[in-house]
Design a protein around this ligand. Structure first.
Ligand code: SAH
Length: 226
């Protein structure tokens, strides 16, 4: 899989990809993440990517030309399954959307800043829009990092134990069961005996029961119970 993240502030998004699981996924060659500086496609010597809004009002707007030049350049090198603009009014991101995206080969995530991008970018240059929730961030970089992280960890081979992604919350419309590690007792707080019994079937049953219990109390909507 290949993900291009287009941003006018590359430093804002570098660190999530230089550590831990996302770093290892790239090192293993399972995913290639490119961070592309929109300013490289600016047309003036100041490397401007934004300008005042037509009609007035506070806040700058990202210009169409550098974005178009950048996307044209990217598209000349590979075919993209999706060119996604990160936007608070886009399709709400979810585990199921992450699952769908993890099957794609080439993706662009376009990060807005300031007041967002010129509307013509949204009308003519992209294929989809994703929001990570009903709140406004100052830029699309953190949102793009969220999406890329959720997607990349689903690519087979990225997590050392592949079943681990499948047993996460939301994968089967259930919340994950509680997990414990050593010590077995801390300040009198004990790990449930069944987890130390070595009895696989009983452990599976316990986990399923806890998942259901937790889903019922925290997210009954996932079970269609609201
Ligand atoms: N004026 C816009 C918000 C601009 S925020 C509005 O009211 O809708 C600046 C940029 O941050 C956006 O272009 C988008 O790329 C990103 N962004 C902000 N909130 C986001 C969210 N919830 N999900 C995804 N991207 C978001």
């Amino acid at each position: 899989m290949h993900i291009d993240i287009v941003t006018c502030l590359p430093r804002l998004i570098e660190s999530p990809f230089s550590d831990s699981i996302l770093k290892r996924a790239q090192a293993k060659g399972l995913v290639e993440v490119n961070i592309i500086d929109l300013r490289d496609y600016a047309t003036d010597k100041h490397k401007s990517v934004d300008d005042y809004a037509y009609g007035g009002g506070a806040g700058m707007v990202m210009m169409i030309e550098p974005i178009d030049r950048c996307l044209e350049d990217l598209k000349s090198k590979r075919h993209y399954d999706d060119i996604i603009y990160m936007s608070p009014d886009g399709e709400r991101f979810s585990q199921s959307l992450a699952n769908q995206l993890s099957l794609k080969k080439n993706l662009v995530l376009l990060c807005g800043h300031y007041k967002g991008v010129d509307e013509r970018v949204r009308q003519h240059l992209i294929t989809g829009e994703i929001s990570i929730g009903d709140y406004v961030l100052s830029g699309g970089e953190l949102a793009a990092a969220v999406v890329a992280d959720a997607v990349v960890r689903l690519i087979p081979g990225v997590l050392s134990d592949e079943t681990s992604a499948l047993s996460d919350s939301f994968q089967d419309d259930l919340i994950a069961p509680p997990v414990y590690t050593r010590p077995a007792e801390y300040k009198g707080w004990r790990v449930p005996d069944v987890l130390m019994s070595g009895h696989e079937k009983k452990i599976d049953e316990w986990r399923h029961e806890k998942s259901l219990e937790r889903t019922r109390s925290r997210r009954p909507d996932l079970l269609g119970e609201v």
